[in-house]
Design a protein around this ligand. Structure first.
Ligand SMILES: [Zn+2]
Length: 155
């Protein structure tokens, strides 16, 4: 879905950094717990109802909805800040965070709608990232690529 934006590796790294940041900052966990709270509420209603099957279907729908809710603008700003740092430390040009969102913006309505609907753009996203870029560059002035380690995900 990002094909038509013709993203550079550095820009793609910014998306990865941004998404990883949502995970690191527990934005997903916050939404999960909201979803579970919603589900418990609906199940409680279902237990008192004479049609539990209908209520359970409602609970599943509510949980689904909570997970699809857009990240808040606060979460977006946070993920932008952590993401640009992660990408820079990994060896990618921090300026790519700015050009990435310029491309997203230029694409407008024909951009990747799913990504944009779950990632509401803070109004000053580009400006905020552009302001961060010089400091980020100092973290990794030569753009040294981070070494790659095999990672095992334990659940
Ligand atoms: Zn986001």
């Amino acid at each position: 879905m990002f094909d038509k934006l013709k993203l550079t590796d550095a820009e793609f790294a910014q998306i990865m950094g941004h998404e990883i940041s949502h995970a690191l900052a527990n934005h997903t966990a916050e939404r999960m717990s909201r979803a579970m709270a919603t589900t418990l509420g609906v199940v409680a209603i279902g237990a008192m109802s004479d049609r539990p099957g209908v209520a359970m279907t409602g609970a599943a729908a509510a949980a689904q909805l909570a997970l699809q809710l857009p990240n808040s603008r606060t979460a977006e700003s946070e993920a932008d800040q952590i993401g640009i740092e992660l990408a820079t430390r990994a060896g990618f040009d921090p300026d790519a965070a700015v050009s990435l969102w310029q491309k997203m913006g230029a694409e407008g309505g024909s951009g990747p709608p799913e990504f944009l609907s779950t990632h509401p753009s803070p109004g000053n996203r580009e400006a905020a990232l552009a302001a961060l870029a010089p400091n980020m560059r100092q973290l990794n002035p030569r753009g040294k690529l981070a070494s790659v380690h095999p990672v095992m995900i334990v659940r």
